[in-house]
Design a protein around this ligand. Structure first.
Ligand code: PLP
Length: 391
């Protein structure tokens, strides 16, 4: 079995040892229900509050604006459904054609319930035109829901401009910051956004825990009714995982700028070397503004799904499109929305680096990838001989 070379941090991240240590007591002796009045319960409630402070600090929010829940997908569903429940007469939702499935699937469902959905296009670099957003907003618009950072390409949407538009037009804004949090600085206090989705497992904490930021001035309708989380999200809290989320947020905040700079350097070396070493390679999405850790590349003439299998034999983990679509033969909706052909999209791979990625990892990846791509091209010539696009 080859040693693991994990370049898929946008899919999920390994649990940081300090995060694991922080959560362990809450899986052992500290098992109290945070709603219980005796000290065992009160300690759990205090732990939730500390975690709330830590998560709030990472995104420049107040602790009272953080509602813990089960995942980023729940946060996104809650935000959009809250906005449309608040203004039931408004039947129009604006989103983009490159969103995560959490948003897409909900909007597709709402379309079957009579909502009109505007799917804003992106350009060939993966970028959104704020003017198109502005002209799409009508008196009937209930909510605008957009990514902060794209999970497949890492492209950052112009969230300040977007928030300025929705504030001016008095429309609810939800931003999916699941990929952005911990990778780029976020200051929600100054932004003018009502709802923001967060997820712990992209931040070196466990899966199955997330949070929804609800601006203290925003109206909100819960999805799960119950008494917990100030009646904003019913269900006994997952104390150990929330403590882990808090610790992960604290570490992410402490390391953010240095980690981002180091990871961006590694990513740029990785990308530049592949672009020069292999013929027929192209980057998907603009160089900037982009997450520091993400590289999405088309390798002309290969089948990405087969590449994943061969990489796996070498211990290398990366992704074809989003993790959710791995294993399916559909080309990435993000890449096709950017004008990438279906064949090119099927030849595209996403590499996402993380805090534990080293120079030696990149050296190893730069040895494995050209070798496997050459092997694949020899085995499965797709669409004729590759052309050098980045010479
Ligand atoms: N939004 C984005 C941009 C994501 O990348 C993901 C996870 O892949 C999610 C939402 C969903 O988060 P979770 O896995 O916590 O439901």
């Amino acid at each position: 079995m080859s040693q693991l070379l994990y370049l898929d941090h946008n899919a999920t991240t390994p649990i940081d040892p300090d995060v694991r240590d922080a959560m362990l007591p809450w899986l052992e002796n500290e098992f109290g229900n945070p709603s219980s009045v005796y000290s065992l319960g009160r300690r759990a409630a205090a732990a939730l509050n500390s975690a709330r402070e830590q998560v709030a600090s990472l995104v420049g929010a107040r602790a009272s604006e953080i509602i813990f829940n089960s995942c980023g997908t729940e946060a996104t569903n809650t935000a959009i459904l809250s906005a449309i429940a608040i203004d039931p007469d408004k039947r129009h939702i604006i989103t983009s054609s490159v969103e995560h499935s959490a948003t897409i699937k909900l909007c597709e469902y709402l379309a079957t319930r009579g909502y009109e959905i505007t799917w804003l296009p992106v350009d060939s670099g993966g970028q959104l035109d704020p003017d198109k957003l502005e002209t799409s907003i009508t008196n009937d618009t209930a909510v605008v829901s957009l990514l902060w950072a794209n999970n497949e390409t890492g492209i950052l949407f112009p969230v300040e401009e977007i928030a300025a538009i929705t504030t001016r037009k008095k429309v609810h804004l939800h931003l999916d910051a699941v990929q952005a949090a911990g990778k780029v600085p976020i200051n929600l206090e100054e932004l003018g956004v009502q709802y923001v989705s967060l997820s712990a497992h992209k931040l070196y904490a466990p899966k199955g825990v997330g949070a929804l930021y609800v601006n203290r001035r925003a109206r909100f309708t819960p999805l799960f009714r119950g008494s917990q989380e100030e009646s904003k999200r019913g269900g006994t809290q997952n104390v150990a995982s929330i403590v882990a989320f808090g610790k992960a947020a604290e570490l992410a905040e402490a390391h953010l700028l240095m980690a981002a700079e180091r990871i961006a350097k590694l990513r740029d070396r990785f990308e530049q070397d592949l672009l020069t070493m292999i013929e027929g390679v192209r980057r998907n999405g603009t160089d900037e503004p982009r997450l520091p850790n993400t590289s999405n590349l088309t390798f002309t003439g290969i089948e990405a799904e087969t590449a994943l299998l061969l990489f796996d034999k070498e211990g290398l983990c990366c992704s074809a499109g989003s993790a959710c679509s791995s294993g399916s033969i559909n080309p990435s909706h993000v890449l096709t929305a950017m004008g990438v052909t279906r064949d090119e999209a099927r030849s595209s791979l996403r590499f996402s680096l993380g805090r534990t990625t080293t120079d030696a990892d990149i050296d190893r990846a730069l040895e494995i990838i050209p070798r496997i791509i050459a092997k694949l091209r020899a085995l499965q010539p797709m669409g004729g001989s590759p052309v050098r696009m980045n010479a």
